[in-house]
Design a protein around this ligand. Structure first.
Ligand code: SF4
Length: 99
């Protein structure tokens, strides 16, 4: 499941420090070239974070979120304010299967 994030999320993650200089489209192009995002949807203003070959999130490392402290808002709210296991991702394969 691709993780859709906002521009604010990208800034919080430190992935677009020069972001203020660019339009969303220009930023998306740069982040796609760096293989950080997979796609950008102008209609929603959301950026799709790149996935690994198994479909898991780019930031998932050994079943833990490598950016937990700065994780995107969508992750903080999943399913309703995620967080029963500090540092663990809600989008692990077992969770995806349950959805
Ligand atoms: S919580 Fe999961 S989906 Fe969200 S950024 Fe971290 S690894 Fe990715």
């Amino acid at each position: 499941m691709p993780v859709e994030v906002t521009r604010d999320d990208l800034n919080e993650l430190g992935l677009a420090p020069e972001a203020s200089e660019y339009s969303d489209k220009k930023l998306a192009k740069i982040l796609q070239q760096r293989k950080i995002i997979k796609n950008y949807r102008a209609s929603t203003g959301l950026f799709l974070i790149q996935e690994r070959s198994d479909g898991s999130c780019y930031f998932l490392v050994n079943e833990r979120c490598s950016v937990y402290e700065k994780r995107p808002q969508v992750c903080r709210k999943f399913p309703t304010e995620m967080g029963n296991r500090l540092g663990y991702c809600p989008y692990t394969p077992s969770n995806v299967k349950r959805i």
